[in-house]
Write a protein that binds this ligand. Structure first.
Ligand SMILES: CC(C)(COP(=O)(O)OP(=O)(O)OC[C@H]1O[C@@H](n2cnc3c(N)ncnc32)[C@H](O)[C@@H]1OP(=O)(O)O)[C@@H](O)C(=O)NCCC(=O)NCCS
Length: 174
């Protein structure tokens, strides 16, 4: 368990989280952008696959001990994203989804994104950038990233979407 700023906690997802993640992913506000509305079995496999590899770390985010979202932290050098911008070896990327729709659009996402980026930059001194690639039509996501200190660095034509490259660099505080 990693304690982040603003009262957030982050822990690695395990097989016991697959059922809840599957429910979250099936909700329209997430399904539209993630397109990973998979069965519990497939999520169980996916979590194990990621946990066994170097590419990404599947996590559950909590606030005040209440799980509310799914996060993937990924090493850009192991991700297809590295082919689409001038990535550095130590760049980290984030994917986020707030599972509880009643908690969306209330500022929780921007606080979580800021806390995640600060934690990654602190944990990995070699890391200079935390990045994300939301669909450029995903206005709430882009706005939340901007509010969390990420800067829009241009459009990327990925195979399945046109993404906005969002980059958070170190600040005076972190
Ligand atoms: C993306 C996500 C994590 C952002 O978290 P959040 O708590 O909803 O975000 P915030 O409340 O901090 O900010 C949302 C912003 O979008 C704006 N917004 C919300 N709905 C909007 C809409 N339909 N059109 C335009 N702007 C919208 C809000 O006004 C706010 O921006 P502002 O304060 O600058 O006006 C969350 O919405 C989510 O999990 N979405 C589903 C999954 C997803 O899209 N993940 C991102 C993939 S990269």
């Amino acid at each position: 368990m990693l304690h982040l700023d603003n009262g957030f906690d982050l822990r690695p997802a395990g097989a016991e989280d697959a059922a809840r993640i599957a429910v979250w992913m099936a909700q329209p506000h997430i399904q539209r952008w993630w397109q990973q509305d998979w069965s519990v079995e497939r999520w169980t496999e996916e979590i194990a696959r990621q946990a066994a590899g170097e590419h990404s770390v599947p996590c559950v985010a909590a606030l005040d001990a209440e799980d509310f979202g799914y996060v993937e932290l990924y090493r850009v050098r192991h991700d297809r994203l590295a082919e689409y911008y001038d990535a550095s070896e130590h760049d980290w990327g984030v994917h986020v989804a707030i599972g509880d729709v009643t908690r969306v659009g209330r500022g929780l996402g921007r606080q979580l994104l800021r806390a995640l980026a600060d934690a990654l930059l602190r944990a990995d001194p070699a890391c200079q950038r935390v990045v994300a690639e939301p669909d450029m039509e995903n206005t709430p996501s882009v706005r939340a990233f901007v509010a969390a200190g990420f800067v829009q660095q241009g459009e990327l034509q990925l195979p399945e979407k046109t993404a906005q490259l969002m980059v958070r660099t170190r600040t005076a505080e972190v």
